[in-house]
Design a protein around this ligand. Structure first.
Ligand SMILES: Cc1cc2nc3c(=O)[nH]c(=O)nc-3n(C[C@H](O)[C@H](O)[C@H](O)COP(=O)(O)OP(=O)(O)OC[C@H]3O[C@@H](n4cnc5c(N)ncnc54)[C@H](O)[C@@H]3O)c2cc1C
Length: 385
């Protein structure tokens, strides 16, 4: 593995970071404090990101993408996270790239790819991933949503919850059982347009962090979709879900690694400037130890992320490496965000400084894409196989 960046990759990194610093995250402290998602701002930032090609990075050119490899893609997404302090926005962008676009690319028919990918890349379509239900999150095989055959199509019924972008999406991948008697082997995936009668979105769910972008439920109420909406084969839903999870676990934190890098730089500067007892606080070993721990978490997170991307680029299996990356990156972001607050003292606890926001944003990461407990189970199981 050689992670020395090419000249093109260095340029992409530089351009993406300066775009994000210049264009994204306006009024962030107020928007985060309000809790009620302000459509105007995040939609505008989403549009700007689509315009410079963030959503198109690793999509083939024939579908409106840039056709970049996974390593180059995560270099850009990491730089985006460094420059953009709005973790809600960067997570939502990553969610669409890895949990919506990636499964369409892998399992979609030509017609499905042509129908959805160009719009998802250019920002005219917003995509959501609807798997979780109130009674089945970690145990996704226990989902209760059904897809009953009717005419030349299926009638979908069920409720998906905690779905990123649900209140605003134009389409969603929905997992539902075509044959409940077959358990996980009866689950299928569908590409459902939000305009379809019976596709309902209650008001957004309020949340602890990532408050700048909406999340919510999708209620499927006798929602009829044509047979052509099925993604992959009948009964392939669990395999599609696992495939999506492998991509999502590998890379959904790409931008958060950039956030951790920015967070560390800010902490190093603050610790050097803040005078207490007549000296900068980085003279105190307990403070500098925290900085060292943050750097160790950042470097190990980055290496796990890049290894997962390198494996994907080589077409090699990476389920274990994806789970390791997801577990470490999510826990590292929480731990470093807490350290950042401690280093900033009382200032770190004030909402107006924005330091505490990273911690609230980071906590979601130990839950979505499979909790840390579930990642440990996946890792332990793969070690035995
Ligand atoms: C910010 C955020 C964004 C999300 N985005 C999406 C999205 O876009 N689309 C979507 O479909 N879902 C999304 N989710 C849902 C997320 O994937 C689920 O919340 C997650 O899988 C956990 O499921 P649950 O909430 O039902 O918790 P539960 O499964 O009820 O788990 C509760 C607790 O029990 C533990 N636990 C459960 N089973 C086991 C076990 N076998 N061994 C050990 N411990 C166990 C868990 O680790 C957890 O601590 C999102 C969640 C969050 C917080």
């Amino acid at each position: 593995m050689d992670f020395a960046l090419s000249l093109e990759q260095q340029q992409l990194q530089k351009d993406t970071r300066s775009f994000a610093e210049r264009e994204l995250g306006c009024n962030l402290v107020q928007r985060d404090a309000n809790g009620a998602v302000s459509e105007r701002y995040w939609r505008e930032d989403w549009r700007k990101c689509a315009e410079i090609g963030i959503l198109a990075l690793c999509v083939p050119k024939q579908y409106g993408g840039q056709g970049l490899d996974p390593v180059t893609t995560i270099i850009a997404l990491e730089a985006l996270g460094y420059g953009c302090p709005d973790n809600g926005l960067t997570l939502a962008l990553n969610g669409q790239i890895w949990a919506v676009q990636a499964p369409i690319l892998e399992f979609g028919s030509d017609a499905q790819k042509e129908r959805y990918l160009p719009g998802l890349c250019d920002g005219s379509l917003l995509g959501a991933h609807g798997a979780t239900e109130r009674e089945s999150g970690s145990n996704i095989a226990g989902l209760k949503s059904t897809a009953e055959r009717k005419g030349d199509g299926f009638v979908l019924n069920g409720v998906k919850t905690y779905v990123g972008l649900a209140p605003a999406c134009d389409m969603a991948i929905i997992f539902a059982s075509t044959d409940p008697s077959k358990g996980p082997w009866g689950v299928s995936a569908f590409l459902v347009d939000a305009q379809t009668p019976g596709f309902e979105r209650p008001p957004p769910q309020q949340k602890m962090g990532l408050r700048t972008v909406p999340m919510g439920e999708i209620v499927l109420n006798d929602c009829w979709v044509p047979a052509s909406a099925q993604l992959g084969r009948a009964g392939a839903g669990s395999a599609i879900f696992q495939h999506a999870m492998e991509w999502e676990r590998s890379f959904i934190f790409a931008s958060h690694v950039g956030s951790m890098n920015r967070q560390l730089d800010e902490c190093v500067n603050y610790a050097n400037e803040r005078m207490v007892f007549g000296q900068p606080i980085d003279n105190f070993q307990s403070v500098s130890n925290r900085l060292a721990d943050m750097r160790l978490r950042l470097d190990s997170a980055q290496l796990l992320l890049y290894r997962a991307a390198w494996l994907k680029a080589q077409g090699k299996p990476s389920a274990l490496e994806a789970a390791l990356a997801k577990l470490h990156l999510s826990e590292a972001f929480v731990a470093s965000s807490l350290d950042a607050i401690r280093i900033h003292g009382g200032r770190g606890y004030l909402s107006e400084t924005g330091v505490e926001r990273d911690l609230r944003d980071a906590v979601g990461g130990v839950i979505y894409s499979g909790t840390s407990d579930i990642q440990r189970q996946v890792i332990a199981k793969l070690l035995k196989s």
